[in-house]
Design a protein around this ligand. Structure first.
Ligand code: HPA
Length: 274
């Protein structure tokens, strides 16, 4: 059941506003190993998730657990260094709670990034993929429970979950930086075990190009609240069964480390135009 209400959101917002006078316009959720973007912020206030009322605490290696508020590429932003995954045991509404807080802080758009396994065999590890759409295969939804009309509609439209306008900007900026941004559909699964080769074949048949264990709950909440969404996956590995090698979190971290400057360049170029 949806236990988090407007009053929980407001308490988190009140605390955050007591720590900074910056009013963010853009939210950024950084996936495994991609929190480096926070190092480029100025006038930054770092708030530990521990200190924010009702915020859960991230338990995964490579996810720091800090909210950063400050300026990035000339915009006032709120950045999550570390996110909450349903495989950690959090309910979908808790996973999506920071998005609600970002919206209440004043953000009208959110950039969501993740590490994902490549299903499209034309992809290679280290590619960046612009998410054009997603398939929510988690079996969960952050909107389950009584709907609060103050937050959004009971049955939100998901036909343009990932903003066409923001996608266009990302493609232009990648081209300007001289690299091809892959595009594709992200399948969100619960995890935390990686998929079997049979599951990857199934996902390919379903129309997925990449697979991961995050993002979908956050994006559903963002769309519910009327925020524009830009999603970028770092293809950190080829999905199970494509290459004759096992998958590991070490490989995921190594690849995100390898591509982070390209990733950083892209997001920094996109932010001023959001
Ligand atoms: N599967 C699911 N999640 C992932 C993967 C993967 O192959 N790589 C990074 N996150």
């Amino acid at each position: 059941m949806n236990q988090l209400t407007v009053s929980h959101i407001n308490e988190a917002v009140e605390y955050i506003r007591s720590q900074t006078s910056i009013r963010p316009e853009v939210g950024l959720i950084m996936g495994s190993g991609l929190g480096v973007l926070g190092d480029h912020m100025t006038d930054v206030t770092v708030i530990s998730y521990h200190d924010i009322p009702h915020f859960p605490i991230s338990t995964v290696e490579g996810h720091a657990g800090e909210l950063l508020i400050g300026s990035l590429a000339g915009r006032a932003v709120v950045l999550m260094r570390g996110r909450f995954h349903m495989y950690e045991g959090y309910g979908p509404e808790l996973t999506a709670f920071p998005v609600r807080v970002m919206k209440a802080l004043g953000a009208t758009a959110v950039v969501v990034t993740n590490a994902a396994g490549g299903i499209d065999t034309d992809f290679g590890s280290g590619d960046l993929m612009l998410i054009t759409d997603h398939i929510n295969l988690t079996g969960r939804n952050p909107l389950i429970g009584a709907n609060d009309n103050e937050l959004g509609p009971r049955f939100p439209d998901m036909s343009e979950a990932y903003s066409k306008r923001l996608r266009r900007i990302a493609i232009e900026q990648a081209a300007a930086q001289g690299f091809e941004l892959r595009t594709g559909v992200y399948a969100g699964l619960l995890g935390p075990s990686y998929e079997t080769p049979a599951e990857i074949r199934m996902l390919r048949t379903l129309g997925a190009d990449a697979v991961g264990m995050s993002t979908v709950a956050e994006v559903i909440a963002a769309r519910h609240s009327g925020m524009e969404v830009l999603g970028i996956s770092c293809i950190s590995n080829m999905a199970a069964g494509i290459l004759d090698q096992p998958l590991s979190h070490t490989e995921v971290m190594e690849t995100t480390e390898r591509v982070k400057s390209r990733f950083l360049g892209l997001v920094l170029a996109v932010i001023p135009q959001i």
